[in-house]
Write a protein that binds this ligand. Structure first.
Ligand code: GCO
Ligand code: MG
Length: 461
């Protein structure tokens, strides 16, 4: 309903004497706030490129022609950050200047179609920043948190999972114990030691977020080449040892998960998913790569272990068949990689009637704005499952003020309008790309090098 509609409704109800004096006054005040205010127009689109903690973050800022009305959105694709920033500055900005901010869906479709070729990681991330910034503006305009624009909270807070990794099963058990002591009931486990090559998958990484050392790679995983080695079969056997140790020491109270990080042959993955049934897992993540999506039907037919999939998805062609086929239990997309929170909301709504829950991807390479956007989605989506990450601390929390708080395994959003995040852009500028970047990651501008099996074959990491 546009502004004229609101005014007509208030006039109607007041005339009918249906509203109490105090009510009419409040409504009048709200109406006065917007009376005559043209819908805001986009005056500027800029990019906050900062690296306060490991990952290269990209955050879009849209400034409107109404003083003090602006919004932030996450465009973070840390492995190709500068390409995304360029796409925003060179292609989306000229398209958006002067456009109204209150037509979020229309603006999304315009940006999506403007490159003719679509559904790619760089352009989706660029659009995501714009999309989330427009929702932030809408919430600030309405004076309410974005989750209230989506029908309000379905729950008070969003349950998170922790990560626990270690070189030996006993170390992982200890890590799970510590996470439980902090109030977590869900822990994603993995094993692997430094220098064994590989990336991601949260082995031994940050307990509160993703992106750790490779699960299963060991000092002994030597290969016919100098590069990082990942030896699949031993890695899977080690994970079975880890699960066995966790269940023996900790019982079945704690919900356990593992990120297979799409590293295995489909047959190996199906066998492993079956072997894990005895451990009653909460989910196994990315057992297959998106290129092998068609194997899910067989995996589903052969095992009851819950499956989470989707952080690598960029296109509806990837998530729709898995959801409508009830081939997965948790959809785990990375919000900016699918084009932003508007798309993720559609995915959540699509997933609900198929019994698929959300478990949005939330490692360190999602900006605090992106983490907040997915928290609002977690609160407003009936079929929320579990949340990864989102606990922002250190310098990042000084740059991005208003981030969620953590209590007893839950993330609590602030109720401020929009995303409730204010960015200290001066402080952000003190952490340009390259800050805190070690070795190869610096040489590759935040990108990843290769990971190979012992015989030297490149494997998906
Ligand atoms: C996760 C992910 C990460 C990714 C990383 C890629 O589930 O948290 O798999 O560990 O590897 O986000 O940049
Ligand atoms: Mg993952």
């Amino acid at each position: 309903m546009n502004r004229r509609g609101v005014l007509r409704m208030i006039a109607g109800s007041a005339a009918a004497g249906l509203t109490s004096g105090r009510h009419a006054l409040a409504q009048e005040k709200a109406a006065k706030a917007v009376r005559g205010m043209p819908s805001p127009k986009i005056k500027d689109v800029s990019l906050i490129a900062t690296q306060p903690a490991g990952a290269r973050l990209s955050v879009v800022k849209i400034v409107t022609d109404q003083d003090g009305l602006y919004g932030y959105g996450c465009s973070t694709f840390t492995q190709r950050a500068e390409l995304v920033n360029l796409a925003v500055e060179k292609y989306l900005k000229p398209l958006l200047l002067g456009k109204p901010t209150d037509r979020i869906e229309d603006t999304w479709q315009m940006c999506y179609d403007s490159s003719y070729w679509r559904n790619g990681p760089v352009l989706n991330n660029a659009i995501s920043g714009v999309d989330e910034a427009l929702w932030d503006i809408k919430g600030r305009q309405a004076g309410m948190p974005v989750y209230d624009l989506w029908g309000g909270k379905c729950r008070e807070a969003a349950q998170m999972f922790a990560n626990a990794g270690g070189a030996e099963p006993k170390d992982v058990v200890e890590g799970v114990r510590q996470a439980m002591a902090r109030g977590y009931k869900h822990v994603r486990v993995s094993t692997g030691v430094r220098g064994g090559g590989g990336r991601g998958g949260a082995g031994g990484g940050d307990p509160e977020g993703g992106g750790g050392r490779a699960a299963g790679s060991t000092a002994s995983a030597r290969g016919l080449h100098e590069g990082p080695v990942f030896d699949r079969a031993p890695a899977l056997r080690r994970m079975l040892d880890v699960f066995a140790a966790c269940r023996k020491e900790l019982g079945f109270e704690v919900e356990l998960m593992h990120d297979m990080h799409e590293r295995y042959e489909p047959r190996q993955a199906i066998q492993f998913v079956k072997d894990c049934e005895q451990f009653k897992l909460y989910f196994l993540e990315d057992p297959l790569s998106p290129e092998d999506n068609d194997w899910f039907r067989e995996m589903r037919a052969q095992s009851s272990t819950p499956i989470a999939m989707g952080e690598l998805f960029n296109s509806p062609h990837e998530w729709t068949p898995l959801i409508t086929g009830r081939l997965i239990d948790f959809i785990r997309c990375h919000l900016s990689q699918v084009g932003g929170v508007s798309v993720a909301r559609k995915i959540a709504l699509l997933a609900e009637p198929f019994g698929v829950k959300t478990a949005w991807h939330g490692p360190g390479d999602v900006s605090p704005v992106g983490h907040t956007a997915q928290l609002h989605l977690d609160l407003a989506s009936y079929n929320f499952g579990i949340q990864e990450g989102g606990l922002i601390g250190g310098v990042s929390a000084e740059i991005f003020k208003g981030c969620a708080t953590f209590k007893d395994g839950y993330l609590w959003a602030n109720a401020a309008p929009g995303w409730g995040i204010e960015v200290d852009e001066k402080l952000a500028a003190k952490y340009p790309y390259g800050t805190n970047e070690q070795g190869e990651r610096g040489r590759l501008n935040g990108g990843w090098g290769d990971l190979r099996s012992p015989d030297g074959t490149v494997i998906k990491q």
